[in-house]
Design a protein around this ligand. Structure first.
Ligand SMILES: Nc1ncnc2c1ncn2[C@@H]1O[C@H](COP(=O)(O)OP(=O)(O)OP(=O)(O)O)[C@@H](O)[C@H]1O
Length: 364
């Protein structure tokens, strides 16, 4: 275990009867980091968080907090408060009383409780609602109360399970920056479960991507986005074009793969290249895939494609294309970069990318 490790999962398994929700999980959470756990519905995100909160006990393996096993430590003896989407604020207490509640439970005196609660009400900009009932608050205001209520005890780690999913898009973005700033300023370790790639990638220092109870990849947003480790991750993020085929040639610096649309080449440092004849999958980011009207001369990785649609997302557009063999290709560019290209449905173009921009994923 490293010196800056706050939490470690060592061979952790969680089964419900015969169903294995989390399979042999090994990973560490560093002190003071913002870690997001993401993956599709049912992949085991919440179960992982609940084990850390003490709401579920692992079936196998050990969870340590600051080096000490906590598998069987009850929730109230851990320093791991949790914030949910449903918030679980007490409707019969006003805002101030909600924030003071955990301090009261810990036997903190009245004057000190009030002082500390007001500090957090102020920090979360909800002081003006201190005497209001919870029912009289908006979703965003409730979210701030829930955060203040968890943070007032100054925990070492805060667990957040989809805390923003009930908010509208604009408020979500605002709360993301509130959360990120709060985490930076307090240095409290945040573990944040979400479905949302934009939430995870905009706030987290590192992201864990799960599928069916297994960790597919852990890394910084840049690492995962630029080099998805598995086909699942590339598919899940949806920002890469993905090609599979039989390996024709492979060395530690280049491979050539025969796909239904013809051979594709990839160059780079390949620690463990696949063997000729094996199936390999290569990905290339949609931002690194280019389009031209005429076939670019002297280039590899050129595919004739047809436009099937276009989508505008703020400052960029995504062009959807298809090869003769039905392989979908996406190209993401700024409007300026696409200006001048004919993009009517059915238009024939050439998609191309540099062999150095391709990436080999693990497994087929
Ligand atoms: N108490 C339980 N008993 C039986 N099965 C459970 C229980 N809790 C969770 N599961 C199952 O374990 C799997 C993982 O559940 P979990 O809630 O961790 O998923 P998740 O990734 O958080 O999903 P979502 O994003 O939909 O909340 C699911 O298939 C779920 O049905």
């Amino acid at each position: 275990m490293q010196r800056d490790t706050l939490v470690s999962f060592e061979g952790v398994v969680k089964s419900f009867g015969t169903f294995v929700a989390v399979q042999k999980m090994d990973f560490e959470i560093k002190k003071g980091e913002f870690l997001a756990i993401m993956g599709s519905s049912g992949c085991g995100k919440t179960t992982t968080l609940r084990m850390l909160a003490g709401l579920e006990a692992p079936t196998e393996g050990t969870i340590r907090l600051s080096g000490k096993p906590i598998n069987h430590l009850p929730t109230w003896q851990r320093d791991t408060p949790m914030v949910w989407q449903s918030l679980a604020l007490f409707p019969f207490l006003n805002v101030r009383e909600n924030v003071e509640f955990a301090l009261k439970m810990r036997g903190v005196g009245k004057a000190e409780r009030r002082r500390r609660a007001e500090q957090w009400l102020d920090r979360m900009q909800i002081m003006e609602f201190a005497d209001r009932n919870i029912a009289q608050l908006s979703g965003g205001q409730r979210q701030r109360v829930a955060l203040a209520r968890s943070l007032v005890v100054e925990p070492e780690i805060l667990l957040l399970d989809e805390p923003l999913s009930a908010l509208d898009a604009a408020l979500k973005v605002r709360m993301q920056s509130v959360l990120k700033n709060l985490q930076r300023e307090t240095g409290i370790t945040f573990v944040y479960v979400t479905h949302s790639q934009s939430e995870a990638f905009s706030m987290a220092d590192r992201v864990v991507i799960m599928s069916r109870g297994v960790i597919e990849q852990i890394g910084t947003p840049q690492e995962i986005y630029g080099a998805p480790r598995t086909r699942f991750v590339a598919d899940f993020l949806g920002s890469s074009n993905i090609f599979s085929g039989k390996v024709l040639k492979a060395t530690t610096s280049a491979i050539e793969v025969e796909t239904p649309d013809g051979p594709l080449t990839l160059t780079g440092q390949l620690a463990a290249p696949p063997r000729a004849g094996e199936t390999a999958t290569i990905t290339v980011l949609d931002t690194k895939t280019h389009l031209s009207v005429t076939r670019p001369a002297g280039q590899t990785n050129v595919l004739p494609v047809r436009v099937i649609g276009e989508e505008f997302v703020g400052a960029t557009a995504t062009v959807y294309l298809e090869t003769g063999k039905g392989q979908e290709i996406r190209v993401q560019k700024s409007h300026d970069e696409l200006a001048g290209l004919p993009l009517d449905i059915g238009q024939e173009l050439f998609a191309h990318w540099s062999p150095a921009d391709g990436h080999l994923v693990a497994g087929a």
